[in-house]
Ligand binder design. Sequence first.
Ligand code: SF4
Length: 281
Amino acid sequence: MRITRARALGTCFGVRDAIDAALTPEISSDLTIVGQLVHNPQTVQRLHDAGVKMVSSSDDEITTRNVMITAHGAPASLKQKLSDQGHIVYDATCPLVLRVHQAVRRLVKEGWHPVVIGQREHVEVRGIVGDLTDFTVLGNLADLHLLEGRARIGIVCQTTYRIRQAKEILEQIGQRFPEMEVEFIDTVCKPTKDRQNAVDELSDQVDVMIVVGGTNSSNTHKLLNVCKEKEVTAYQIENAEQLEARWFEGVEHVGITAGTSTPHDVIDLIHARLIQISPSS
Ligand code: SF4
């Protein structure tokens, strides 16, 4: 059985830098992370082992001096609140998420109604709109009615959104609201695009795709969706133990892809396990 890794997969620089910062001993010994730093159970365990505390929201009790904002970012008001409470705030927001915050600030300043294409409840989107009073989040085409009555809209995307779907939404906006003035800023990040394009290409070549990533990882779901659209059998797993030999009976070529939270050592273990259980070995 041939095994091919997608040409772009696994941890992106934004997540890697945030993990490195959280594991710096002088910070980690007295640190609480607000939200999920990564959607990868092995890395979460490493952080626990290093003594790092994690809370799901800033409303939870924080007993450490250091507090970290994750790569997904947070509203400026939340960082200020934590700082006012006496914490030292380590901001691990990915520069590519900060770019979205900046884009939205510019749009608002220029008088555009800010629109985010993304998942309303995702922490990144909540961070982008958290300090805005008037904004619209479009999760999919069914939300277009939310734009009724708007004259000028400025659109950004959640960094892990599928650019193809975002462009579909954009096209539908043009058809449904021909009079509306629209400014679109493509803020889907390059690591996301690279991973989506790579899995798209690899799906044409393989019989089965292994998608590695946390079950609550947005960008991993997007990779899985690409496989579904390509009608390739795909299995999402978080670790090598979850691989089942029966998935590969009669399979000649298997592909591996992984979301931006998945470290390369986890991918290596999965690759090694695939070689072990390969029907031809
Ligand atoms: S997925 Fe993109 S925006 Fe998010 S942390 Fe990685 S590089 Fe940054």
